[in-house]
Design a protein around this ligand. Structure first.
Ligand code: HEC
Length: 175
Protein backbone atom coordinates (compact mmCIF):
# COMPACT_ATOMS: atom_id res chain seq x y z
CA UNK A 1 0.00 0.00 0.00
CA UNK A 2 2.80 2.39 0.98
CA UNK A 3 4.48 1.60 -2.33
CA UNK A 4 1.38 2.56 -4.29
CA UNK A 5 1.13 5.88 -2.48
CA UNK A 6 4.81 6.53 -3.15
CA UNK A 7 4.38 5.76 -6.85
CA UNK A 8 1.34 8.05 -7.03
CA UNK A 9 3.26 10.84 -5.32
CA UNK A 10 6.25 10.42 -7.61
CA UNK A 11 4.20 10.30 -10.80
CA UNK A 12 2.12 13.35 -9.87
CA UNK A 13 5.31 15.20 -9.00
CA UNK A 14 6.65 14.26 -12.44
CA UNK A 15 3.46 15.47 -14.14
CA UNK A 16 3.62 18.71 -12.17
CA UNK A 17 7.26 19.27 -13.14
CA UNK A 18 6.72 18.48 -16.82
CA UNK A 19 3.75 20.88 -16.80
CA UNK A 20 6.10 23.61 -15.57
CA UNK A 21 8.57 22.76 -18.27
CA UNK A 22 5.96 23.25 -21.01
CA UNK A 23 5.12 26.65 -19.62
CA UNK A 24 8.82 27.47 -19.60
CA UNK A 25 9.19 26.85 -23.34
CA UNK A 26 6.05 28.87 -24.16
CA UNK A 27 7.55 31.91 -22.43
CA UNK A 28 8.80 34.70 -24.72
CA UNK A 29 12.61 34.79 -24.66
CA UNK A 30 13.53 37.36 -27.34
CA UNK A 31 14.35 40.76 -25.74
CA UNK A 32 12.44 43.82 -27.02
CA UNK A 33 15.20 46.34 -26.37
CA UNK A 34 17.58 45.10 -29.10
CA UNK A 35 17.44 48.24 -31.27
CA UNK A 36 20.20 49.91 -29.21
CA UNK A 37 22.54 46.93 -29.69
CA UNK A 38 25.43 46.92 -32.18
CA UNK A 39 24.52 46.45 -35.84
CA UNK A 40 26.56 43.79 -37.67
CA UNK A 41 24.82 44.11 -41.04
CA UNK A 42 22.67 46.88 -42.45
CA UNK A 43 21.23 47.60 -45.88
CA UNK A 44 20.63 43.97 -46.71
CA UNK A 45 18.34 44.67 -49.62
CA UNK A 46 19.15 41.85 -52.00
CA UNK A 47 16.99 38.72 -52.10
CA UNK A 48 18.33 35.44 -50.60
CA UNK A 49 17.41 32.11 -52.20
CA UNK A 50 14.51 30.40 -50.42
CA UNK A 51 13.48 33.64 -48.67
CA UNK A 52 11.01 36.20 -50.02
CA UNK A 53 12.24 39.71 -50.85
CA UNK A 54 12.66 41.62 -47.60
CA UNK A 55 14.98 44.33 -46.30
CA UNK A 56 16.97 43.07 -43.29
CA UNK A 57 19.09 44.45 -40.44
CA UNK A 58 21.15 42.44 -37.95
CA UNK A 59 21.90 43.26 -34.29
CA UNK A 60 24.16 41.57 -31.71
CA UNK A 61 24.04 41.90 -27.90
CA UNK A 62 27.06 42.83 -25.74
CA UNK A 63 27.76 39.18 -24.76
CA UNK A 64 28.12 38.36 -28.48
CA UNK A 65 30.77 41.07 -28.80
CA UNK A 66 32.96 38.96 -26.50
CA UNK A 67 33.27 36.39 -29.31
CA UNK A 68 36.47 34.37 -29.05
CA UNK A 69 38.59 33.89 -32.15
CA UNK A 70 41.51 31.57 -32.71
CA UNK A 71 43.65 31.15 -35.81
CA UNK A 72 44.47 27.60 -36.88
CA UNK A 73 46.09 26.70 -40.23
CA UNK A 74 45.18 30.04 -41.78
CA UNK A 75 41.50 29.79 -40.76
CA UNK A 76 39.91 31.88 -38.03
CA UNK A 77 37.64 29.91 -35.68
CA UNK A 78 34.85 31.97 -34.09
CA UNK A 79 33.21 30.84 -30.86
CA UNK A 80 30.32 32.94 -29.50
CA UNK A 81 29.85 32.76 -25.72
CA UNK A 82 26.72 31.34 -24.12
CA UNK A 83 24.13 34.14 -23.88
CA UNK A 84 24.97 35.64 -27.29
CA UNK A 85 21.83 36.88 -29.02
CA UNK A 86 21.76 37.83 -32.70
CA UNK A 87 18.55 39.32 -34.07
CA UNK A 88 17.72 39.81 -37.74
CA UNK A 89 14.83 42.17 -38.45
CA UNK A 90 12.72 41.34 -41.48
CA UNK A 91 10.81 44.21 -43.14
CA UNK A 92 7.68 43.91 -45.29
CA UNK A 93 9.46 44.81 -48.55
CA UNK A 94 12.94 45.28 -50.05
CA UNK A 95 12.77 49.10 -49.89
CA UNK A 96 10.78 50.06 -46.77
CA UNK A 97 10.13 53.72 -45.85
CA UNK A 98 12.10 55.00 -42.79
CA UNK A 99 8.96 54.81 -40.61
CA UNK A 100 8.13 51.23 -41.64
CA UNK A 101 8.40 48.69 -38.81
CA UNK A 102 9.76 45.12 -39.17
CA UNK A 103 7.21 42.30 -39.42
CA UNK A 104 9.25 39.52 -37.90
CA UNK A 105 12.56 38.66 -36.24
CA UNK A 106 14.84 35.71 -36.97
CA UNK A 107 16.83 35.04 -33.83
CA UNK A 108 19.83 32.94 -32.76
CA UNK A 109 20.52 32.49 -29.03
CA UNK A 110 23.71 30.66 -27.98
CA UNK A 111 22.52 28.15 -25.41
CA UNK A 112 24.10 24.72 -26.01
CA UNK A 113 22.48 23.23 -22.86
CA UNK A 114 18.97 23.94 -24.15
CA UNK A 115 17.56 20.64 -25.49
CA UNK A 116 15.97 22.58 -28.39
CA UNK A 117 19.33 24.05 -29.48
CA UNK A 118 20.87 22.90 -32.73
CA UNK A 119 24.59 23.38 -33.36
CA UNK A 120 24.73 25.26 -30.00
CA UNK A 121 22.10 27.85 -30.97
CA UNK A 122 18.37 28.12 -30.26
CA UNK A 123 16.74 29.23 -33.54
CA UNK A 124 13.61 31.34 -33.17
CA UNK A 125 11.14 33.11 -35.43
CA UNK A 126 9.20 35.90 -33.75
CA UNK A 127 5.99 37.16 -35.35
CA UNK A 128 5.82 40.81 -34.28
CA UNK A 129 2.13 41.25 -35.14
CA UNK A 130 0.94 38.28 -33.10
CA UNK A 131 3.78 38.61 -30.54
CA UNK A 132 4.50 34.87 -30.77
CA UNK A 133 7.82 33.04 -30.85
CA UNK A 134 8.46 29.68 -32.44
CA UNK A 135 11.58 27.61 -31.81
CA UNK A 136 12.76 25.82 -34.96
CA UNK A 137 14.53 22.66 -33.76
CA UNK A 138 14.20 20.70 -37.01
CA UNK A 139 16.60 20.92 -39.97
CA UNK A 140 15.99 24.24 -41.65
CA UNK A 141 17.74 27.18 -40.04
CA UNK A 142 20.92 25.51 -38.85
CA UNK A 143 21.58 23.35 -41.89
CA UNK A 144 21.60 26.45 -44.13
CA UNK A 145 23.60 28.42 -41.57
CA UNK A 146 26.46 25.87 -41.55
CA UNK A 147 27.21 27.37 -45.01
CA UNK A 148 28.49 30.42 -43.10
CA UNK A 149 31.47 28.29 -42.00
CA UNK A 150 32.86 28.06 -45.55
CA UNK A 151 33.11 30.47 -48.51
CA UNK A 152 29.59 31.67 -49.42
CA UNK A 153 28.01 34.35 -51.61
CA UNK A 154 26.91 36.76 -48.80
CA UNK A 155 28.60 39.80 -47.21
CA UNK A 156 32.39 39.47 -47.54
CA UNK A 157 31.89 35.92 -48.89
CA UNK A 158 34.15 34.36 -46.21
CA UNK A 159 36.98 33.88 -48.75
CA UNK A 160 39.34 32.09 -46.28
CA UNK A 161 36.63 29.62 -45.27
CA UNK A 162 36.79 30.72 -41.63
CA UNK A 163 34.73 28.73 -39.14
CA UNK A 164 32.14 31.38 -38.25
CA UNK A 165 30.02 29.46 -35.75
CA UNK A 166 27.02 29.46 -38.15
CA UNK A 167 27.00 33.29 -38.41
CA UNK A 168 27.08 34.81 -41.93
CA UNK A 169 27.92 38.34 -40.75
CA UNK A 170 30.34 37.82 -37.87
CA UNK A 171 30.89 40.49 -35.25
CA UNK A 172 34.22 42.14 -36.01
CA UNK A 173 35.92 44.15 -33.28
CA UNK A 174 35.46 47.83 -33.96
CA UNK A 175 31.89 47.48 -35.38
C1 HEC B 1 18.60 29.36 -47.25
C2 HEC B 1 19.51 29.63 -46.19
C3 HEC B 1 18.99 30.16 -44.84
C4 HEC B 1 18.02 29.63 -44.03
C5 HEC B 1 17.15 28.42 -44.27
C6 HEC B 1 17.98 30.48 -42.84
N1 HEC B 1 18.89 31.49 -42.94
FE1 HEC B 1 19.32 32.89 -41.51
N2 HEC B 1 20.57 33.79 -42.80
C7 HEC B 1 20.89 33.38 -44.09
C8 HEC B 1 21.77 34.36 -44.71
C9 HEC B 1 22.36 34.28 -46.10
C10 HEC B 1 22.00 35.36 -43.75
C11 HEC B 1 22.86 36.61 -43.93
C12 HEC B 1 22.04 37.87 -43.78
C13 HEC B 1 21.08 38.10 -44.92
O1 HEC B 1 21.49 38.18 -46.08
O2 HEC B 1 19.88 38.23 -44.61
C14 HEC B 1 21.25 34.97 -42.55
C15 HEC B 1 21.26 35.68 -41.38
C16 HEC B 1 20.62 35.30 -40.22
C17 HEC B 1 20.79 35.93 -38.94
C18 HEC B 1 21.79 37.03 -38.63
C19 HEC B 1 23.15 36.39 -38.24
C20 HEC B 1 24.00 36.00 -39.44
O3 HEC B 1 24.10 34.79 -39.73
O4 HEC B 1 24.54 36.92 -40.08
C21 HEC B 1 19.96 35.31 -38.07
C22 HEC B 1 19.78 35.63 -36.59
C23 HEC B 1 19.26 34.27 -38.80
N3 HEC B 1 19.70 34.28 -40.12
C24 HEC B 1 18.33 33.40 -38.25
C25 HEC B 1 17.72 32.38 -38.97
C26 HEC B 1 16.66 31.54 -38.42
C27 HEC B 1 16.09 31.63 -37.02
C28 HEC B 1 16.32 30.67 -39.42
C29 HEC B 1 15.23 29.61 -39.41
C30 HEC B 1 13.89 30.07 -39.17
C31 HEC B 1 17.16 30.96 -40.59
N4 HEC B 1 18.00 31.99 -40.26
C32 HEC B 1 17.11 30.26 -41.78
C33 HEC B 1 20.47 32.23 -44.68
C34 HEC B 1 19.52 31.35 -44.16
Amino acid sequence: MKKIILITVISSLFLFLSGCKNKETARLIVPDNYTNWTITADNLNYPIPGHENHFRRVFINSTGKKVMTEKKNGRVFYNYPKGTIIIKEIYPSLNPKPETKPISLSVMIKDPDNPKSRDGWVWIVKDLKKNTEKIIDYEFCYDCHTNANEPHPYGDGNPNGDFRDDVFFPYKKGN
